[in-house]
Ligand binder design. Structure first.
Ligand code: NOJ
Length: 550
C-alpha cells in the first residue's frame, strides 16, 4: 500500500489514500451561514473551505443537505439526488466540489439507506397504493395485531421500539377502517424504513450512488449501515425496551447477515470508478462484529467508536485497542478513529465528567485523546468544532429541536450548536450575518462562545486549533519521511499502572498519561505533546505525547 497526500485533482491518486487520511466532518447547518437565514448552507461552506484546507486535512464528510422536511435535521431524505433550498442549489454543490478538489480536499457525502422521509415520492406512492401492492412492498407495510375479536389491527405488528423513543410502527392511514396496515420506522414516524428484501430498493440505491459518484464525489459515509435488513417475518424482539445505542438492544433489526451483500455490491460499484470511491460505515457494533463490514470485498472503513464509550481508563483503552488491532489483522482494514460526531456528547464534556466545572480537565483530556488518535495507525475523523475544543452546550429546553428530545428525552442538540468564527461584537460569532431575530441562529450560541472562536485561536499558539493543525501537519511529514507506513499496527500496553502506550512500529509510539501522577516516558525524542512537558522525559497526568524511539 502507498500513501498519497496529494490533491485529488492532481491525477496521482493511488486508490488507498483513505488508509491514512484525516477527514473533517462538516455538519452544514451549523458550519457557516452564507445567506443570513440562521441555518448554515453551501454558500457558507464554500466561503470557509480555505479554513478547512488550512487544517491540513485530506477531505471533508458532509452530513445530509439533500431535500428533506428536516424532521431529523436532514436524515429524513425526500430526494436523494438533490439539494434542499435551505442549503442552496446543485450549482453551488458543483462549485463546492470543484473548489474542494482544487484545494486538495476530497468530499464524502452521507447516504441514508435504512430509511427515507415520509415525504419521499416513493413512500407517498406507497401510501396511495393498496395494501399488498408493489408500491407498498418498497417499505414494511404490515397488518397489525388485534387486542380483541372485532378490533382488527388496533395493535402494531410487533413490539419493536424506535431508537428515538415510542413504538417503531405507525398506522398508514390513521383511523381508516379499510386500510389497517402499519408501517415500520426505526427512527421517527417521518422516517419509514426501506424494505431491503425487495430487489427494487437495491436497484434504486445503486442509481443514487451512481449519481453522486458520476459527479466526482470521492466517497460515502453510510448511515446506520448495520441496519437495513430486518429478521424474516418481523417477529417480536426478546425485549421491548427502546432500541437506543445504535439498534443494539434489538438483534432483529441489526447486523443481519444479508446486509453484507449490499456492501459487496456497493464496493464493486465504487471500484468501477477511477479513482476508486471510498465507503465508510456507521457500524455501531462491537469491534469484532463491526470488522466484518470491512472485509476485503465490503466497505473500506467503519468508524471505530469504541473509545467513545470508555472513561479515562488506560486498561480499558488498551484492551479495546487490542481488539481493534486483532480485527485489523483479520480483515485488513485499519481502524477509522472518531471521538466525536453530531450525535455524541462533545469529548471535552465527556472527559470532564459532564459538568461545567470539569471543563478544564475535560479540555486537557480531550486534547490528549485527539493527539493520541492522530498518531495511531488508520484514518482519523474530526468533527467540526473539535479542533476548537468546544464543549457540549446545554441548549435551553425551548430551543431544542432534536426528534430524540421530543420523543425520547435525550438531546443531541448540544453538539450541534453553530460554530464561533469570531469573538463579539460580530453578530452570531461570525456564523451568520443576520442579527438578533429569534431562531437565528437555528440553535442559540451560549454566552461566552466567542472565547472558542476560530479567529481568537488563530492568534494563540497554545490553542487547541494550533495543536490540531500542528499534529495533522506533523502526521503528514512522518508519512513522507517513512516513519509511518501502511503496514503499521497497534501494540497496546499499560505501563506503571496508568501510562497508556500504543506502539505503532519499532520507531514510533503514542503515550497518554491517564492517572494522577506524572509518569516516565519510554526513551526517545518527544515529537509532539498535547500540553508542554514540565520535565523532560516525564508526562504529566492528562497529557499525551508522540515519541520517536531511540
Ligand atoms: C445516525 C445519524 O448520525 C443520526 O444523526 C440520525 O439521527 C440517525 N442515524 C438516523 O438517520
Amino acid at each position: 500500500m502507498t500513501h498519497d497526500g496529494g490533491s485529488p485533482s492532481a491525477g496521482s491518486v493511488t486508490g488507498d489514500w483513505w488508509d491514512s487520511a484525516v477527514i473533517y466532518q462538516v455538519y452544514p447547518r451549523s458550519f457557516a451561514d452564507g445567506n443570513g437565514d440562521g441555518v448554515g448552507d453551501l454558500a457558507g461552506l464554500i466561503a470557509r473551505l480555505p479554513y478547512i484546507a488550512s487544517l491540513g486535512v485530506d477531505g471533508i464528510w458532509m452530513t445530509p443537505f439533500q431535500p428533506s422536511p428536516q424532521v431529523d435535521q436532514g436524515y429524513d431524505v425526500s430526494d436523494y439526488c438533490g439539494v434542499d433550498p435551505l442549503f442552496g442549489t446543485m450549482d453551488e454543490f458543483d462549485t463546492l466540489l470543484e473548489l474542494a478538489h482544487s484545494l486538495g480536499l476530497r468530499v464524502l457525502l452521507d447516504v441514508v439507506p435504512n430509511h427515507c422521509s415520509s415525504a419521499h415520492p416513493l413512500f407517498q406512492q406507497a401510501l396511495a397504493a393498496r395494501p399488498g401492492s408493489p408500491e407498498r412492498d418498497m417499505f414494511h407495510f404490515v397488518e397489525g395485531r388485534s387486542s380483541a375479536p372485532g378490533s382488527a389491527s388496533d395493535l402494531p405488528p410487533n413490539n419493536w421500539q424506535s431508537v428515538f423513543g415510542g413504538r417503531a410502527w405507525s398506522r398508514a392511514v390513521p383511523g381508516s377502517a379499510t386500510d389497517t396496515q402499519w408501517y415500520l420506522h426505526l427512527f421517527s414516524p417521518g422516517q419509514p424504513d426501506w424494505n431491503w428484501r425487495n430487489p427494487a430498493v437495491g436497484d434504486y440505491f445503486e442509481s443514487v450512488l451512481r449519481f453522486w459518484f458520476d459527479k466526482g464525489v470521492d466517497g460515502l459515509r453510510i448511515d446506520v449501515a448495520h441496519g437495513l435488513f430486518k429478521a424474516d417475518g418481523l417477529p417480536d424482539a426478546p425485549s421491548a425496551t427502546a432500541v437506543v445505542d445504535g439498534l443494539r438492544a434489538n438483534p432483529l433489526v441489526s447486523d443481519q447477515e444479508d446486509v453484507h451483500e449490499v456492501y459487496r455490491r456497493w464496493r464493486t460499484l465504487a471500484e468501477k470508478y477511477q479513482p476508486h470511491r471510498l465507503l465508510v460505515g456507521e457500524v455501531n457494533l462491537e469491534p469484532a462484529r463491526a470488522a466484518r463490514y470491512t472485509r476485503a470485498d465490503e466497505m473500506h472503513q467503519a468508524f471505530a467508536f469504541a473509545f467513545v464509550k470508555l472513561g479515562w481508563d488506560p486498561a480499558a483503552w488498551a484492551s479495546v485497542g487490542a481488539e481493534l488491532e486483532a480485527a485489523r489483522q483479520l480483515h485488513g482494514a485499519a481502524p477509522s478513529w472518531a471521538l466525536e460526531n453530531h450525535d455524541i456528547v462533545r469529548s471535552v464534556t465527556r472527559f470532564g465528567g459532564g459538568t461545567k466545572d470539569g471543563r478544564e480537565l475535560g479540555l486537557r483530556r480531550s486534547r490528549a485523546a485527539l493527539l493520541a488518535l492522530l498518531g495511531l495507525p488508520g484514518a482519523a475523523y474530526i468533527y467540526q468544532g473539535q479542533e476548537l475544543g468546544l464543549p457540549e452546550v446545554d441548549v435551553p429546553v425551548e430551543a431544542r429541536v432534536d426528534p430524540m428530545w421530543t420523543r425520547g428525552g435525550i438531546t443531541r442538540d448540544g453538539a450541534r450548536v453553530p460554530l464561533p468564527w469570531t469573538a463579539p461584537p460580530e453578530a452570531n460569532h461570525g456564523f451568520s450575518p443576520a442579527t438578533g431575530q429569534p431562531g437565528n441562529p437555528w440553535l442559540p450560541q451560549p454566552e461566552g462562545w466567542g472565547r472558542y472562536a476560530v479567529e481568537t485561536q488563530q492568534q494563540n499558539p497554545g490553542s487547541t486549533l494550533a495543536l490540531v493543525t500542528a499534529a495533522v501537519g506533523l502526521r503528514r511529514q512522518l508519512w513522507d519521511q517513512g516513519v509511518f507506513t501502511a503496514d503499521d499496527g497497534g501494540t497496546w500496553r499499560v505501563e506503571d499502572g496508568n501510562l497508556l502506550i500504543c506502539e505503532r512500529n519499532a520507531k514510533f509510539l503514542v503515550a497518554v498519561a491517564m492517572g494522577t501522577e506524572a509518569v516516565r516516558l519510554p526513551a526517545g525524542t518527544v515529537l509532539a505533546s498535547a500540553a508542554p512537558l514540565e520535565t523532560d522525559g516525564w508526562l504529566q497526568p492528562d497529557n499525551a505525547a508522540w515519541v520517536l524511539l531511540d
